[in-house]
Write a protein that binds this ligand. Structure first.
Ligand code: TXA
Ligand code: MG
Length: 322
């Protein structure tokens, strides 16, 4: 297995990546949240290759990335709530699910056949330069096999894909947010949180008022097809809310008071900073996922702000494997 070439995301590399996308190939790209597996959103075959590369069920739709809000308005119908959020919170880790425009050129497969589409404008200038050069929207699921931990460095991506499926990895360094974008459904009158993520609920509710939470609507269990219980999982079992640790366990710590005796230990944030913890979460889960250990004990992180998204990912990583 040969890893795909990793190149720094500068001007020539972006031009090379745009040419590969035009040829229908897959290119991994950095965003502020996690690395994405990029492909031409308007091409059925390129989008199909993304599902195949990830081993992702085709009922789980992809996020379409645009360089600016204007180009995304041609794909989906924005309402007043979307306009407010976009004016204040884009670019940034917030994905909006909106009704498709009648003439939307995005592959139906990208939206899993739904009449809605998830769109987002990533914060990195080089990511948006790539989309501008390509001059079409790109799909960008996290660049990991389905069900595994999302990549926050170019090396993580290279660990998971070879050059037969992935043509190029654009290296933008470690992702500063470290968690995927928050996914907000605005396709119905009641705004609903589909996935907690890098943009906190408080920031969103300050703009548009109360948002329904994921499990508060039992009538619509599949409103977010991607939120299956077991997801984002390392190979080792996770033990949550640990206050002690066994000699055969790795410890994923949080804060200054750490129980002794772990086989190995990494600290999400010694100072107890949730932003720092979010940035470190996926990379540390990967680093502690060692075959010589029996499990990963995880200390609790306060369930506020970004902590809600961190705890969501930890619960999924600890869920029984399907
Ligand atoms: O931060 C991110 O969002 C990253 C970076 C690369 O942009 N991308 C990402 O994509 O996390 P992905 O494919 O791993 O997650 C997309 C999520 C899934 O939970 C999916 O079910 C949901 O968005 N989604 C996409 N389209 C949807 C739709 N039309 N309706 C409801 N949920 C949708
Ligand atoms: Mg993902």
């Amino acid at each position: 297995m040969t890893s795909p070439p990793i190149v720094r995301a500068d001007g020539p590399a972006l031009a090379r990546a745009a040419a590969l996308l035009r040829a229908g190939r897959l290119v991994a790209f950095p965003t502020e949240t996690v690395y994405g597996l990029g492909a031409d959103a308007t091409s059925d075959t390129a989008v199909a290759a993304v599902y195949a590369a990830k081993g992702r069920p085709t009922f789980n739709p992809l996020i379409v990335h645009g360089a600016d809000a204007e180009s995304l308005r041609r794909l989906v119908r924005f309402d007043d709530r979307a306009d407010l959020l976009v004016a204040r919170l884009w670019p940034g880790p917030l994905t909006l699910v909106l009704p498709r425009q009648p003439n939307c050129p995005v592959s139906l497969l990208a939206g899993a056949g739904l009449d809605t589409l998830a769109v987002r404008m990533p914060a990195r200038e080089d990511t948006r330069d790539l989309i501008r050069l390509f001059d079409r929207p790109i799909v960008g699921p996290s660049a990991n096999p389905s069900g595994r931990v999302s990549p926050t460095t170019a090396a993580h991506v290279a660990d998971d894909f070879d050059d037969t499926v992935l043509a190029l990895i654009l290296d933008g360094g470690p992702c500063p947010v470290g968690l995927e974008s928050t996914v907000l459904d605005l396709s119905r009158p009641q705004a609903a949180l589909l996935r907690p993520g890098g943009m906190t609920l408080a920031e969103i509710e300050a703009m548009i008022g109360p948002v329904a939470l994921p499990d508060s609507d039992p009538e619509q269990p599949m409103r977010s097809p991607g939120m299956l219980a077991s997801h984002y999982a390392p190979s080792l079992p996770l033990r949550l809310d640990a206050i002690d640790v066994r000699a055969d366990e790795a410890l994923l710590a949080f804060g200054a008071r750490v129980p002794p005796g772990a086989a190995t230990m990494l600290n999400l944030s010694t100072s107890g900073d949730p932003m720092e913890a979010a940035t470190n979460l996926f990379a540390m889960l990967r680093a502690l996922d060692r075959p010589d250990l029996a499990g990963i004990a995880v200390m609790s992180v306060p369930d506020e702000g970004l902590g809600q998204a961190i705890n969501d990912r930890l619960r999924r990583a600890a869920a029984p494997r399907g």
